[in-house]
Design a protein around this ligand. Structure first.
Ligand code: ZN
Length: 190
């Protein structure tokens, strides 16, 4: 992965700030530009859709967590399922069920992290939304106070799902965004 595929431009293009007629380049435009460079150097790896390592990783969407780098993963190795908090929602169970039953994964790795945005929210967030838009969301915010306990709950939800066929290798971790290190969570509360 060379820097040439980065979506981060080195600087403002020449002339970009020439007065009010400046053309707005959106972030999506940058991503599409980066994709052109990526595709130019891309060769079909000829891979099957089934993850090579037979593992599904469920993680928070946090921008500081680079799953592939942090776990030494390569293209084709795993399924990555991400949402706010890395919460095991019904939709995550849906993805895991497809991952295991249709695409052959056997292990599940759950990764939450320090400094998660969900630690600063409460379920009051739903109430505030309802007050603002006149409709209560049908999803839980899944806010939490104790990240270790949140990981335990996630492991429990995966382990007890009736839809999954492989529940003997489920492990949960907290990723430290300051050190890059994973800390494993004991599924049993001390
Ligand atoms: Zn997070």
């Amino acid at each position: 992965m060379g820097m040439s595929t980065s979506a981060h431009p080195p600087a403002e293009p020449a002339g970009a700030s020439a007065g009010a007629a400046r053309t707005a380049v959106t972030v999506t435009d940058r991503l599409v530009g980066a994709n052109s460079r990526y595709a130019a150097g891309f060769t079909d790896p000829g891979m099957d859709a089934r993850p090579v390592l037979q593992v599904a990783v469920v993680a928070c969407m946090d921008a500081r967590l680079d799953l592939h780098d942090a776990l030494g993963l390569s293209l084709g190795d795993c399924h990555t399922i991400r949402n706010a908090g890395g919460v095991v929602t019904d939709d995550v169970i849906r993805s895991l069920t497809i991952s295991q039953r249709a695409l052959g994964t056997r292990s599940v790795v759950l990764i939450h992290h320090t400094g998660c945005g969900l630690e600063s929210l409460t379920e009051e967030f739903r109430h505030e939304l309802e007050m603002e838009v006149g409709q209560r969301p049908n999803w839980a915010v899944e806010a939490f106070r104790d990240v270790d306990q949140d990981v335990r709950q996630s492991m429990q939800r995966v382990r007890t799902s009736p839809f999954l066929v492989h529940t003997d290798d489920i492990r949960g971790f907290v990723f430290d965004v300051k050190t890059g290190l994973l800390r494993e969570i004991d599924p049993v509360t001390a």
